[in-house]
Write a protein that binds this ligand. Sequence first.
Ligand SMILES: [Zn+2]
Length: 122
Amino acid sequence: MLKSDGLKKVKNDLILVGVICTLSLVGFLIFKLTMKDGNRVSVSINGEEKYSYSITDNVETDIITGNNGENNNTLVIKDRKAYIKSATCPDKICVGHRPISKDGETIVCLPHKIVVSITEGK
Ligand SMILES: [Zn+2]
């Protein structure tokens, strides 16, 4: 009697462990699905989209801004990642930002009013 109760308890524990594993796996999959790889690299200047590239492009381009074209950010797209290689802005926060590749990720250069963002695209 006691022995079979004990077995039952172990069985229930195993089922519980199984359920928890399944739930965490499902949660992980949902998380992975929502962090989708983006398809497009969009460059906005002053809140207006100016350029758009495919994330699969190999691009190294200068984004020139400022009243007299005095500001420069060098955008690189390589290996499905986008990053700012160099910039003339004073804080260099955009240069220090790690490469972005996931849908919704952004690199902002506040002094130059540039936003590089990854979008899902088509
Ligand atoms: Zn910057």
